[in-house]
Design a protein around this ligand. Sequence first.
Ligand SMILES: Nc1ncnc2c1ncn2[C@@H]1O[C@H](COP(=O)(O)OP(=O)(O)OP(=O)(O)O)[C@@H](O)[C@H]1O
Length: 376
Amino acid sequence: ASRKEESAKDDGDRGIIFDLQELETATDFFSEKNRLGTGGFGPVYKGLMTNGEEIAVKKLSVNSRQGSREFTNEVKLLLRIQHKNLVSLLGCCFHGPEKMLVYEYLPNRSLDYFLFDKIKPGSLDWHHRWRIIIGVARGLLYLHEEAPIRIIHRDIKASNILLDNDLNPKISDFGLARLFPGDGTHTNTFKISGTYGYMAPEYALHGLLSVKSDVFSYGVLVLEIVSGRKNQNTHLGPEMADLLHYAWKMYQEGKILELVDQSLAGVYNRDEAATCFLIGLLCCQQITSNRPDMNTVHQMLSSDSFDLPKPGRPGFQGRREDGYTSTGTGTGAGSRSFGLGGEPNSFKNRRSSGQNGLVEEHSRTSISMSSFAEGR
Ligand SMILES: Nc1ncnc2c1ncn2[C@@H]1O[C@H](COP(=O)(O)OP(=O)(O)OP(=O)(O)O)[C@@H](O)[C@H]1O
């Protein structure tokens, strides 16, 4: 039986735990030439198993307080999260305090290389961009509403969308926050929690996490995919630097299609591009309850006859005093402890928390409100 089939049988840990030796052989002792990159959780290596299977090994350098049994249990849970638009987790490995996650290997790397690497301008045609936008929506819908446990991703962004041989999108790094419970003091906490420019204001500012924070990040991503611009690009001057607000301005002036990536050389579907911009702006609205859920987003993308509402004002960006930056509403000053209040509809789509007791609803970050005093 394949490794995945074995794990599904729940026959102990066999099949999901890789030997360190096996991974050392596969990655040539984690050699530099096999290092694919280093993210907030640690370095990622390409590996080749003796059976010819290609893998990606993520060495977790963030200190997880979990013991190996607890860690294995979380990994087992995450192994049940399988969808064609998610990177497949194959198993894990631990050796002393060191922990690793083993994933399927995606040869085309991540979406940011295609969108922002100007060495390959226009390498992603409209057809593929449209398919990626739909595929990511599908994967997120699965995480939010269909997976055995609800997963709020927390860090949807272009570098977390990997592409397979046919450029189908697969969301990576889902569920990782589950492996670091209560690690609020670690310096990498903000890598775990989210990335500047993609984080929803209510999450960055109040620590309120809901599926709608992922919706916000998805909206930013959609705007990036259609425009080919990073959400924050200071090279473009003050007006255009903030993609979200520039898109909002262009939309209000009826010029939104001028924002379509020029490297497409005008070869794109105007209706689809306009739909994407609208969906991007709807997802990034300041008022969480007005953002569509991923089910609605998916319907908007799949149906020709969906009447899209007019988007309201987007959430905007602020800067943290301690060197980190994040999105914020810019209102209020002074510090505040983060409660679970918030807007009444923000958790409208919450599933019953009785389900296995595993529903992830919200978490807290600690950002001082005063950091937003300089916000717009
Ligand atoms: N399964 C995989 N197959 C192929 N390449 C991968 C895989 N997983 C990660 N990578 C590559 O490894 C690099 C590091 O990935 P990782 O997800 O750790 O960091 P990141 O997305 O850049 O940052 P962050 O940790 O903030 O999400 C990226 O360049 C990514 O393209």
